[in-house]
Design a protein around this ligand. Structure first.
Ligand SMILES: [Zn+2]
Length: 307
């Protein structure tokens, strides 16, 4: 199944909608994409129908509803729903992948609920979420109808961050492929492990340098160089897609964990120790959680059975 076909049709096209297209379809029907990609963003804390905001109400009240980066909206069911300004599209899933070597980002909005986590590799069989009406929607239906305004709003951005017409992607004429950008684990090198959901890759080790892309939670990169400034430690990396740049770890928050190379890739030889009534079992090669937590270099002995 693809996003757009016999089950969904275009209700608002790219020329009119500018940055996206809207697709009809059955309320709560599964949403899938064509090809393979990686989930890079998920919003899933809004309630279907209850947290539907009529778009015209929003236009009328947006200045009254605004509270800093948030909007305290009144939903079609009369409930006050607090939306971050970036979450007015309701529940959504963003997926990235490649077409002809170029990185694309797909985002599907207004979902009833989502079904994936950031970092998941998804394909044409994966249900990303279910069609719904969370966030700003418009409809001629009665507001008591739980299917009020149900649709899929799809946005596609290219590698330069520009919106492109989503039609060919929704029709499955353009198929996403996913290439793993992360380096492999290499214990003979100092590497970083990404703890944050997402960290920018910059051309130079400064926050206002050109944004080349992102690294994601659980990815690993070999450190090519480091640089320290007042707020950040910067690590130079090269992705498996040959992108070279710098990622920062804030000194306040731990976005990145450094994994120091192991001194030797050969495990230390177990010393032959026999302390009379104790039998040497194990010498800890590395601080980690075993059945017991041992510090590096500590040994474990067991009392011999009386013979
Ligand atoms: Zn739309």
């Amino acid at each position: 199944m693809i996003l757009l076909g016999s089950e969904r049709s275009v209700t608002q096209n790219y020329a009119t909608h500018k940055t996206a297209e809207d697709y009809s379809g059955s309320h709560l029907s599964p949403i899938k994409i064509s090809g393979t990609g990686k989930v890079t963003r998920v919003v899933n804390h809004y309630q279907v129908h209850e947290d539907s905001i009529n778009y015209n109400d929003y236009l009328k009240n947006q200045y009254n509803w605004r509270d800093g980066d948030y909007y305290n909206c009144v939903s079609i069911t009369g409930k006050t729903v607090r939306f971050h300004k970036n979450e007015l599209g309701g529940n959504c899933v963003e997926v990235e992948g490649y077409i002809g070597g170029e990185l694309y980002h797909y985002t599907m909005f207004h979902m009833a609920s989502t079904n994936v986590q950031v970092g998941d590799i998804v394909n044409s069989d994966t249900i990303l979420g279910y069609q719904g009406n969370t966030g700003l929607v418009d409809s001629s239906k009665s507001r008591t109808d739980i299917t009020y305004g149900t649709h899929v709003h799809m946005e596609v951005k290219n590698g330069s961050g520009q919106f492109v017409n989503p039609r060919a992607f929704a029709l499955g004429e353009e198929v996403l492929t996913y290439v793993e950008q992360t380096n492999a684990v290499d214990t003979s090198q100092d590497q970083i492990y990404i703890l944050a959901d997402k960290v920018n890759i910059r051309e130079q080790p400064t926050v206002d340098s050109k944004d080349l892309g992102d690294v994601y939670h659980q990815e690993i990169y070999t450190i090519l160089d480091t640089k320290d400034d007042v707020s950040y430690t910067w690590y130079k990396i090269k992705t498996n897609l040959d992108l070279i740049g710098w990622v920062a770890s804030s000194k306040e928050e731990q976005w990145i964990e450094v994994r120091k190379k192991e001194q030797s890739s050969v495990p230390p030889e177990e010393p032959a120790v026999d302390l009379g009534e104790y039998l040497h079992l194990f010498t800890c090669p590395k601080t980690d959680t075993y059945y017991l937590t041992l510090q590096e270099g500590e040994s474990l002995y067991i009392k011999k059975k009386n013979t």
